[in-house]
Design a binder for this molecule. Structure first.
Ligand code: 8DG
Length: 128
C-alpha cells in the first residue's frame, strides 16, 4: 500500500499551541491535526513544513525542534508523519483549507478528536 510522507508543525503562539480541524470534505473529516502536508519531490522536510504553513494558514514560522516521526496505517493508506515544534513569526492567520482552529495550552490538547497518526506525537510532545 502507498505510503505518503507528511510534515506537520506544532506551532507556539506565545504559550499556546495551534491545532486545526480538517473540513468535512477532506480525508479524515473533522479530525484535528497539526497543520502541514505532503512533501513534494526534491523538497526538504523543513522547506515542506514552512511552505505548507504559509499556504494553509498565511503565516511564517521558525522551526525549533524535530520530534519522532510516526508510521501509521489508516484503512486505505499508510503515512509517515514528521513533526516539528515551531514558533509563530509573522502574518495574519487565515484558514485556507481547514474548518476551524484553536489555541490551547499544551495540557489541553488531548481533549480534541485527533487524527490517529497524531496520537504518538501528542504523547511525546506533552511529555517534554
Ligand atoms: N497535515 C497533517 N496531515 C495529517 C496529520 N495527521 C494525519 O494523519 N494527517 C494526514 C491527513 C492527510 O491524509 C495527510 C496530509 O495530506 P494533505 O492534507 O496534504 O492532503 P490530503 O491527503 O488531505 O489531500 P486531499 O487528497 O484530501 O486533497 O496526512 C497532521 O497532523 N497534519
Amino acid at each position: 500500500m502507498k505510503t505518503i510522507s507528511v510534515t506537520c508543525a506544532i506551532i507556539y503562539f506565545e504559550n499556546k499551541i495551534l491545532a486545526v480541524q480538517r473540513s468535512e470534505t477532506m480525508k479524515l473529516p473533522l479530525k484535528w491535526e497539526f497543520p502541514g502536508g505532503k512533501i513534494e519531490m526534491g523538497e526538504s522536510e523543513i522547506d515542506c513544513v514552512k511552505r505548507e504553513i504559509l499556504e494553509e494558514l498565511n503565516i511564517h514560522i521558525k522551526i525549533k525542534q524535530k520530534l519522532t516521526s510516526v508510521n501509521h496505517q489508516y484503512s486505505d493508506f499508510r503515512i509517515n508523519l514528521i513533526p516539528f515544534i515551531a514558533e509563530y513569526i509573522s502574518g495574519e492567520l487565515k484558514l485556507k483549507e481547514h474548518s476551524a482552529h484553536v489555541l490551547l495550552d499544551k495540557n489541553e490538547l488531548y481533549k480534541l478528536n485527533w487524527a490517529e497518526a497524531d496520537l504518538p506525537i501528542l504523547k511525546e510532545f506533552t511529555a517534554l
